[in-house]
Design a protein around this ligand. Structure first.
Ligand SMILES: [Zn+2]
Ligand SMILES: [Zn+2]
Length: 317
């Protein structure tokens, strides 16, 4: 494959350390939905350079088909506007009917969101949201959420810098000014908005655009990965978007050996789709793998900026 976007960024030792720490902290030690990691401790992966596709994720030992490789929590997430009333505002878990803890599924999510949610609630997002829905934009919602987190001290303004940015960006001046206006109208101090420059907005959006995952819940039994993946595509169960660090280092393949899935909330699971040898590169599919060759090439080029030359594409399948 030749993912042009993922070739240029040098991975400094500092970043490697961050990745390792982030990967360690994402290994789940609890049992969610009958699914548990095969062992505790660091996941059997390393982030390294590929021959032609910049950095990538490699296995450090044999991984069996169906194994949970690691889990990951997002840096930032946001429900689709159409789903705000039915899923948790933080973890995107479906709210039980008659739920009354505001927009959260649990006290835990409410507590974790406290700092930035107060600010989000204080501002009037009508104009910003209207702009997003009129233009069919989902990612500015993540920028808005991240800006609230930064102002509230819940995230660092450069927490996404480690991710690869998109190379071409649309005009963001209007979005940026609408976001600033909303914060200013909510009496946010000039000092706390210092970071929110045009450049910051553009940089963050450039990373979110190619790294955000569309979160879709898998329904049905967990055991059968293929049918789960299929059910997820068929159910149109998208509920929001989220940005992760470690899962973003996986390169793309139209015939992937790893699948990223969501069981009941934004907590992501990366599972082996088949047996993987030690040292093999782990790849996920960024798009709907059921599309034909031309459609896949088109979506990958326009959406992610690279021409896919995975084995499946080479055989024009
Ligand atoms: Zn929740
Ligand atoms: Zn391909």
């Amino acid at each position: 494959m030749t993912p042009l976007l993922r070739t240029s960024r040098y991975l400094s030792p500092k970043f490697k350390k961050i990745i390792l720490q982030s990967s360690l902290s994402t290994v789940s030690t609890t049992n969610h939905g009958g699914d548990s990691p095969s062992r505790l401790g660091p996941p059997p992966i390393r982030v390294d350079f590929t021959v032609s596709a910049g950095r990538g994720v490699f296995s450090t030992r044999f991984i069996s088909a169906g194994e949970l490789i690691h889990t990951a929590n997002p840096v930032v997430s946001h429900p689709f506007l159409s789903k705000c009333d039915v899923v948790c505002y933080l973890c995107l878990r479906r709210l039980k009917p008659g739920h009354c803890t505001e927009q959260f599924c649990s006290e835990e999510c409410k507590e974790q969101s406290k700092a930035f949610y107060e600010l989000e609630k204080k501002a009037d997002w009508f104009v910003y949201h209207k702009y997003c829905s009129t233009h069919g934009l989902k990612y500015p919602l993540l920028v808005k959420r991240l800006a609230c987190m930064v102002i509230a001290g819940a995230a660092s303004e450069n927490c996404l810098d480690i991710l690869q940015p998109a190379q071409v960006l649309p005009e963001i001046e209007e979005e940026h000014s609408l976001l600033r206006t909303a914060f200013e109208a909510a009496d946010t101090t000039e000092e706390s908005l210092k970071f929110l420059s045009n450049q910051w907005y553009a940089n963050v959006l450039a990373r979110i655009r190619i790294n955000a995952f569309r979160v879709e819940m898998v329904s049905g039994l967990y055991g059968d990965l293929l049918s789960s993946a299929l059910a997820s595509v068929e159910a149109e169960s998208g509920i929001g978007n989220a940005v992760y660090i470690l899962p973003s280092f996986y390169n793309h393949d139209c015939d992937p050996n790893v699948n990223i899935i969501w069981m009941d909330n934004v907590h992501a699971r990366l599972k082996a789709l088949r047996n993987i040898d030690e040292g093999e590169e782990l790849r996920i599919c960024y798009i709907d793998a059921s599309m034909d060759f031309d459609a896949r090439q088109n979506v990958l080029l326009n959406g992610f900026g690279f021409k896919c030359s995975c084995n499946r594409c080479l055989s024009k399948d």
